[in-house]
Ligand binder design. Structure first.
Ligand code: PHE
Length: 518
């Protein structure tokens, strides 16, 4: 045990006049145990030590055999000397053995001990010195040999092996004592009461020790990726939309977006409806500050004349564009239900927020760029890649004379900032955009095209009822925050990222994120 060794080291030092060598004092103790014992003593300045790495040579079985009985070449020489009239080469293996004959013959020739006379071997020296055996004997005694060339040669002949051995040269330190007294790490109430504190040896503070890890808050990977996207948007001149309303009316989530009231997305299976209260008030001006409105476009004191379209009129325009058509559209031609529009839903997309913000923009139509990144809810079956809620990244660009080519060009720049450089667009359908495009990106890591977003140009049926002029065009696009986060962090099951199955250790230890900007 290491603690026994601790006292053994002290004993050995007390008994000796000078330093001791661990290889001599404790030949059978593993060097790791010796090290922990001397480290312990050294930390209290009871001993000092230095480490000496040493190459130790040991004999192989064959090497030991030579020490006992002589080298191959010596055996061959003896056999030749013993045969007075010369020894037939073919008889040699029978006398000294096959290995000795093969190796020994060559070496004996090289050393000039024997010579060849036709098919006979004859002695060529009166006496020999078996150097190999002597070298091996030295090694057996001292575990070393001065001549590196000979060592290399013996090693090649597989007669020895080399081993690195760690040895400690230990001497008394300034606080040397004969016994290792366990130091107290705590001053206890008991010690104070029974007075033992007066004589107790207290362990000094170790200011070099690493502290215990402190548990701290940590950013969720989704928040980290979200921040990266926010930076991209800010870099491109976007303003953030306030997304603090999870509950919306059907009006803002669907009707204002020209989603017909019979649209399958409005089914109970796809949308969560709020039962209580059963109905919202029709949209109206918020007498207090409008939480939906981006800060910079809050009416300033001198610009209070800026006013968006009257809500009643907007409401009426939406009804008409659905029911009978307006603005050159023939509409859906169905009886539009105000009650359906006033049902409360958990927003199914953040396009409800974009719609509200665009409607505010109509008061002062001008080029604008808005974005939001927040939670949306869908009544979906939960599986490895779907949850009933996720985060949507959404962008909206309003300007005069925008074209579809401009949207494609913008997407290339936007996704390029995330390290996605190959894009493909596929015609798609959204009730509120025309044309609409699904966006696919080539994922180098996965080696395939993956769907990364949905986009389009908002329809006049959506923009004109809110009072935006005919010549203003608006792009919109949306993508999920979870997908790029899962790819970035190598998470294959969305439930490891969000919800009650998330491993807090993963949240605490996950690295910072950087979208590749090559
Ligand atoms: N709302 C769409 C979605 O849920 C995204 C989108 C936003 C599409 C704006 C076009 C325009 O996927």
């Amino acid at each position: 045990m290491a603690s026994d060794l601790t006292n053994s080291v002290l004993d050995a030092l007390s008994a000796s006049d000078g330093p001791i060598l661990s290889s001599e004092a404790f030949p059978s103790s593993p060097s790791l145990n010796v090290k922990s014992a001397v480290d312990r003593l050294a930390s209290r300045h009871m001993v000092e030590y230095e480490t000496i790495d040493r190459e130790v040579i040991t004999l192989t079985k064959e090497g030991e055999e030579i020490v006992a009985n002589g080298s191959h070449e010596a055996k061959v020489y003896e056999a030749v000397v013993a045969a007075i009239d010369g020894l037939k080469i073919s008889e040699l293996p029978g006398i000294v053995g096959k290995d000795n004959a093969k190796i020994g013959q060559g070496n004996a020739f090289k050393r000039g001990w024997i010579k060849k006379d036709k098919d006979l071997l004859r002695a060529n020296a009166d006496s020999i010195v078996d150097e190999t055996r002597e070298q091996l004997q030295t090694i057996q005694r001292t575990q070393t040999l001065g001549d590196a060339k000979v060592v290399a040669d013996l090693k090649k002949r597989k007669l020895i092996t080399l081993q690195k051995v760690i040895n400690f040269k230990i001497s008394k330190g300034p606080k040397f004592a004969r016994e290792f007294v366990k130091e107290q790490t705590d001053l206890t109430a008991e010690m104070l009461m029974n007075g033992s504190w007066k004589t107790a040896k207290l362990k000094p503070y170790n200011f070099k020790a690493k502290g215990a890890p402190v548990s701290t808050g940590a950013l969720h990977p989704l928040n980290k990726v979200r921040q990266e996207f926010r930076n991209i948007f800010f870099e491109m001149g976007f303003e953030e939309m306030p997304t603090n309303r999870y509950v919306e009316t059907g009006f803002w989530n669907f009707d204002a977006l020209f989603v017909p009231q019979q649209h399958p997305a409005r089914d109970l299976q796809d949308t969560f409806y709020v039962a209580d209260p059963p109905k919202a008030d029709p949209p109206r001006e918020d007498p207090l500050e409008d939480p939906h409105r981006p800060k910079s476009s809050q009416p300033k004191s001198q610009a209070t004349t800026e006013k968006s379209l009257d809500y009643k009129e907007y409401w009426e325009n939406v009804r008409q564009v659905h029911e009978s058509g307006k603005y050159g559209s023939i509409g859906y031609r169905y009886p539009w239900s105000p009650d359906e529009s006033l049902r409360l839903v958990l927003r199914t997309h953040t396009t409800s927020v974009s719609t509200y913000v665009l409607h505010k923009l109509a008061a002062n139509p001008r080029p604008a760029r808005y974005f939001s990144i927040d939670r949306v809810f869908r009544n979906e079956a939960v599986d490895a890649t779907h949850l009933a809620e996720f985060h949507q990244i959404e962008g909206v660009i309003a300007d005069f004379g925008l074209t579809l080519g401009g949207l494609i060009g913008f997407m290339e720049v936007f996704f390029g900032k995330m390290g996605i450089h190959k894009l493909r667009f596929k015609p798609a359908y959204n009730p509120y955009t025309e044309p609409s495009m699904e966006i696919f990106g080539y994922h180098g890591g996965l080696g395939k095209w993956v769907e990364i977003g949905n986009s389009g140009m908002f329809r006049p049926e959506m923009l004109e009822p809110m009072g935006l002029p005919k010549d203003i065009r608006v792009y919109g696009f949306g993508l999920s925050l979870e997908r790029p986060t899962m790819i970035k962090y190598g998470v294959s099951n969305i439930r490891e990222l969000l919800g009650h199955k998330v491993d807090l250790n993963f949240i605490e230890t996950n690295p910072a994120v950087r979208l590749e900007k090559d």
